[in-house]
Ligand binder design. Sequence first.
Ligand SMILES: Nc1ncnc2c1ncn2[C@@H]1O[C@H](COP(=O)(O)OP(=O)(O)OP(=O)(O)O)[C@@H](O)[C@H]1O
Ligand SMILES: [Mg+2]
Length: 403
Amino acid sequence: MIDIGKIRRSVGMIGESEIIRDMLLLIGQVADTDISVLIHGESGTGKEMVTKAIHKNSRRKFEPLVVVNCSAIPAGIIESELFGHKKGSFTGAGDDRKGYFEAAHKGTIILDEIGETPIETQAKLLRVIEQGEFMRVGGSKTEKIDVRVIAATNRDLTEEVRQGRFRKDLYFRLKTITINVPALKDHASDIHLFVERFGLEFCAKNDIAFKGFSVDAIKVLKSYHWPGNIRELKNLVESLIVIHKGIRLQEDHVNKALGLNVQDLNMNLPILLDGESDKMERELILKQLLFVRQDVNEIKQILYAEKDNPTESMYPSNQALFLPQTNKDPENIHEDYQEIDDDKFQAIHADAVGEITITDLEHEMIERTLEKFNNNRRKTAKSLDISERTLYRKISEYGIKKI
Ligand SMILES: Nc1ncnc2c1ncn2[C@@H]1O[C@H](COP(=O)(O)OP(=O)(O)OP(=O)(O)O)[C@@H](O)[C@H]1O
Ligand SMILES: [Mg+2]
């Protein structure tokens, strides 16, 4: 029985879509064998993560894992790097030296970007994969090795074979077990999970409060084609958080960062929605409420501090304040606080702090927003970042009468 959760945890891999689950299942099926595996996928899709997941779930997991980026090694020295060399075998070879294969003995070697290896080296790779044998550069003795080989590439190896740049026999040897890592646009339904993980991780590392992305912002992310795949998404999330510190990220922020013209986006690009979107909205609302609760707690702390020490208060009492979650040092508070305009932050009455519950807050937010938009439910839902369906449900749940 394959434990997908264990595979995920071993490398922190996320994604709930069927395509990712199938991939995890395949990783589970091949991990515990010694068979060589070819990982194929566009740049930034997670190939390296997959190779590591295979090693960490294999019986070799406590043995060495050696990752070789074949595209980064100049053709002239790749063989001595991979297989080692004998002293004096070429200028500069002052000593006998072990190569990566020997370093990986009993463990796993990952040949990343295998499509970039020179064709002459490929014959030696085939030999080591098939027979576990190789020779050091300048050596005359055949060495024996026990290494599992995992290769990764973003090239289309069939085409490389056709063009004569990749050996057919090596290709056939490798491709028996191929794991295709999907492009991000093919599992766009996972995007909110990636955004949340990358956002939380980055904010935790950098002491920034993570306020999340609005539902519309996520929709834009889901409709983008992501040529740089998960790596590009991760970079985008991190840069948006840095540029707009401590605020909830909206559709406009994302459009601007992606260089998208809103009109093009609305007219030409399909918005990918799935059956999960209502669930996702509920989760986002709950998270937003948690952020509000954090803010309430922080406001409470300030109010208590003010009550205890009224003469030293740094803040005008009629202003709502937002403090970064991690900065509790009163010395620094003054520099870091941002004022929040009363119009945008009217859900909490100053005298209700300390009494109010999250349900009260949500109830009040909905009532006030309905009031603001003259009972227009479409505008209210949009402003609250929830679907109209969710709004209708909440109105009946809270028994809100026409305002
Ligand atoms: N399923 C996933 N869950 C969480 N993070 C992921 C996942 N897939 C990829 N990542 C993250 O995306 C980034 C790119 O992944 P990785 O380096 O494995 O891609 P790659 O396919 O090897 O790219 P390249 O072809 O450019 O070498 C890394 O930061 C990785 O941690
Ligand atoms: Mg890689």
